[in-house]
Design a protein around this ligand. Structure first.
Ligand SMILES: Cc1ncc(COP(=O)(O)O)c(C=O)c1O
Length: 368
């Protein structure tokens, strides 16, 4: 058998959330609600679905490599197509960034807890992965700036962060950026951008146009296209041109590209998604808090809850599964007493609240 480097052998792969079908089978349920992976409960825009159907007839040919979508995104966000990259989800682009910029001996730096995908990708490249703890469950960019050393090549910041749903502000980002050497690439992962872009204190990375910053966004969350695997990024044209050398030439698929272009045009669907999420987030936050559950203030489409200990968090996850509700335990994120819950449809949210209330009456999960 070919030898695998030790950093691959010891790597734990990213574990995606459980699917509704899997949970129905395992628990003998007819229906399960998936609130574990921060997907859009309304699904994709019907416009995007029609575009996929129309694109089926082109499946015999290779796709364009994202050319049309890059043009559409450039027009929408007021940049040039040379400043845009597309890929198989924002994680696909993250993977290309790792392959393009990292050499043996480099280090990457991020906060903890944050999106696990970055750790898996960095460690699969065999580079040193260093983290700085959050401060009051928020990324503290200045702490990260203070941790940069001469080997630091990439800093990864998710804003809003997952699993916390919290953000860092414009003032914090500006103070951070002024302390970071130009040779360090800053990845701003804005997977949940649409849910927070209206807030004045949110540092929309496109506003800054720094040469050492790459913005990552996705169609997986607010656009409801997680299954299509389509994401995009913005950066200086030199940075993008280097990524294009590494990117698989025919990524994204033609179906994903067609869906994304149509989704971008359907501003009504996006607005309905954001309205439904805002109402659901307010309701779920209020109701969970009134049950005595510790919640973090979220700027995204999910909410992080904290429990007295790991055992109670596991108890909640298991009891919710039995009630047909899938949520995300946060042990793998390094928060064993945390549980992340995606905001669902009004029905999903009400089901979650009633199940949680029932579970808390039956089990003593709130006292350690
Ligand atoms: C912060 C963050 N970044 C990236 C991703 C992955 O997004 P994509 O589906 O575009 O690869 C996720 C998914 O949960 C996420 O939470």
């Amino acid at each position: 058998m070919p030898l695998v480097p030790s950093y691959i052998e010891t790597l734990a792969p990213y574990q995606a959330g459980r699917s509704a079908a899997e949970v129905c089978r395992e628990y003998g349920l007819e229906r399960a609600v998936k609130l574990g992976s921060n997907e859009n409960p309304l699904g994709p825009s019907p416009h995007a679905l029609r575009a996929i159907s129309a694109a089926l007839s082109t499946l015999g040919q290779y796709p364009s490599g994202g050319k049309e979508l890059r043009t559409a995104l450039a027009a929408r966000f007021g940049v040039r197509p040379e400043n845009v990259i597309t890929g198989s989800g924002s994680e696909g682009i993250l993977s290309n960034i790792i392959r393009t910029f990292l050499c043996d001996g480099d280090e990457v730096l991020t906060a903890e807890p944050t999106f696990i995908g970055f750790r898996v990708l960095a460690q699969s490249r065999g580079v040193t992965y260093r983290t700085v703890p959050l401060l009051n469950w928020r990324i503290d960019p200045l702490r990260l700036a203070g941790a940069v050393n001469e080997r630091t090549k990439i800093i990864y910041l998710a804003n809003p962060n997952s699993p916390t749903g919290t953000i860092f502000t414009r003032t914090e980002f500006e103070a951070f950026h002024s302390r970071i050497p130009e040779r360090v690439l800053i990845i701003l992962d804005e997977a949940y951008y649409e849910y927070v872009s209206h807030r004045a204190e949110y540092p929309d990375s496109l506003f800054y146009r720094h040469d050492n910053v790459i913005t990552l966004r996705t169609f997986s969350k607010a656009y409801g296209l997680a299954g299509a695997r389509i994401g995009y990024g913005f950066a200086h044209e030199t940075l993008i041109s280097n990524l294009l050398k590494v990117k698989l030439p025919f990524e994204p698929s033609s179906l994903a590209e067609a869906a994304a272009i149509a989704a971008l045009e359907d501003t009504g669907w996006l607005a309905a998604t954001l309205d439904a999420n805002a109402a659901g987030l307010a309701l779920v936050t209020r109701e969970l808090q009134s049950l005595g559950i510790h919640t973090l203030p979220s700027c995204a489409n999910f909410i992080m809850t904290l429990w007295p200990d790991a055992q109670s968090a596991e108890g909640v996850v298991e009891n919710l599964l039995q009630a047909g509700i899938i949520v995300r335990p946060l042990r793998a994120f390094g928060v064993p007493n945390g549980v992340r819950i995606t905001i669902g449809t009004p029905d999903d949210n009400n089901q979650l609240i009633s199940a949680m209330s029932r579970i808390l009456q039956q089990e003593s999960l709130l006292c350690s």
